[in-house]
Ligand binder design. Sequence first.
Ligand code: ZN
Ligand code: ZN
Ligand code: FE
Length: 765
Amino acid sequence: MPMRDTKPEDTQIVSKKICITGIVQGIGFRPFIYQAAIKYEISGFVSNTLDGVTIAVQGKTQAVDTFVQYIIDHPPVHARIHDIKINTILPLKTNTFQIIDSQLSRNTSPAIPPDIATCQNCLIEMKDPSDRRFHYPFINCTHCGPRFTIVRDIPFDRHQTSMSQFSLCHVCQKEYINPFNRRFHAQAISCAACGPQVQLIARDQTVIRENPIQKAVALLHGGKILAIKGLGGFHLCVDATNDDAVCRLRKEKKRPDKPLAIMAANIDAIKGFAVVNSLEIEQLQSPQCPIVILEKKQHHRLSSHIASGETFGVMLPYTPLHHLLMTSFQGLIMTSGNTSDHPIVFDNDTAMKQLHFADYFLIHDRPIVNACDDSIVRIIDNQVHLNRRARGYVPEPIHLHVSLPKILAVGGHQKNTICLAHGKHAYVSQHLGDLSNVDTILRMKRAIHFWKRLTGIDPEHVACDMHPSYESTLIANELGLPVIPVGHHHAHVAACMAEQGLKGPLIGIVLDGTGYGSDQTVWGGEVLLCENHTAKRIAHLFQVPMPAGESSIKFPWKMALSWLRASFGDDGVQVFNQLNRGSIDNTSANVVNQIIQNKIHSPLTSSMGRLFDAISWMLGFTKPVTFEGQAAIVLETLASECTQVYDYTFCKSDLMIIDVRPMIRQIVSDILADLDISIISSKFHNTLVDIFYDLSYLLEKEWQINDIVLSGGVFQNKRLVSGMRNKFHKSNFRLSFPKSIPCNDGGISLGQAYLGGLIAGATAV
Ligand code: ZN
Ligand code: ZN
Ligand code: FE
């Protein structure tokens, strides 16, 4: 420390109260404060409150200042300080520094951290035969382990978590109360003598007496399906190199096509089957430990049934149990423990019933309080794109640039999340799933109660989608609060505005599957002019009928027929039959043709997702869709390197219409001329980039706006995102994609909360 003149205040004793909010509980913050206080010879106390920690300090002026600066500059690795407030208080009657019990008062926001992947120190201990936690599958410390998934109430103290049922043994107790131990006040502390235990159970409920983990490893090697209880729920697990096991799992889980996630032992193992760059490694090894979408290697030893496209979803082990299981595998399939569209199973009894097709169950007795799926990340152009926000990220808030009233947003229908916002914090829940079954709806209703308690936000307004019959809208209407309906695509743009502090005016380009439009047609290829809480639709994709409504989402050929009719008039059916090559029977095609012709249950749609489906069918994807975005992923995978584009026009009426019928006609010519389908796919992607580039210049002339937000599920397409970034690179437009929330419907709740809050009356700051 530099020498300085002694000033009178250097000997003056001051007493201060320091209130810190942020992620400051369950990550070793109080021991850190304790040690800093000892270092700077400060007396007083520190305690957890409902929204952070409060420190009362007494010491020399300079020492207290240095102490505060030290907290700001060197907080524990997983801490996030949102705010520090310092007030002078009356002198304290103490000469020591103490950690005291939690104080139950709240000012702003909760301080619970997300779950944190097992740290290096714990791994070293777990692998050390002389350590008392050798091979203990629940080892954790103040820097790692379960948090959000075990918390019942706040503050984050052991008795408020599902660890409350395990009494500490005297050795753990000594660690827990020793401020210089790295497990001091580690709320999930335990050991083999006092903590949770694993158990291996056969399908017929027989308890296996052998070492459960060793036996589980042997069973996986033998091709068995195991249901394994993890951190936020069950995984279904098989050896990723075993074709038969992978196929059997697909069949039993009723998941014929959707890619399965892989857990790999380490980065070297990943390099054996996927291409991985430094940012991807950083994400894989981050405390959040998400699934990272990686490009497949051409030659690898994993089963070819894991994922049909060009990518694998890969994660590293994030609990001690995973580390112990992974030791002798290149990769294990670790897919969510559920069947088809149901939410992830998180308790032992339900697992035995719902996952009855598993051969064995590796379970444990630490209850999971909050089910939480694995998060999914994809790196595009060295930028992190979050496709699913759940374990590792929640309950961290999104920081806003405006102060919102207390508001709940109930999200969309698919990939539902809810959001509670108040002041400058918005809490987006973990991914809850599609609200198409009772289980997910119940889970969503429970999430509303839990998140209200967790955040202390008792909402005065509720925002929902404009769709009158979405399950989430019905739930919003039941709450007895003023309801603020928000347009689906406006919410997509607003989520990005909320996250990045953009007020507009800006152009929002939303390319999406389907969403309810304010003119009662089905929107999904929309350009909106957005400013604060307002939006004006200024352009959209040419509209075509969506024959038999929702059913054409499952059968892309119906959308292909619709686009061909729109592009070729009455000759469309003939063109369809030429391209069909027998995959769809004539009767079905004729029925759908009649439906379109007679406008029977065929709402008009401007959906970009449905255009992808149609083109994908024309290029050979003739199966029914079994998961969202499947046809579009196939189309993206097909695309090769090529710079050509197709024709399109903009038709200006009161709105700008993006007419891609010239493109459809050229695609048909290319197909009939036997042009390589990879070139056609590439030309299609290039055309979309050019469309929105040209359109941006046209709109700039009219509106003088250079800020563009791009969102909607279609932007999970790497080729499209990269294409947009490259094309706009040297332009004077500023492109923004959502970063910390998904561009798909998982981000809708944030946009709803933001818009609802602004409409209900926010205070700009
Ligand atoms: Zn640890
Ligand atoms: Zn113990
Ligand atoms: Fe959407």
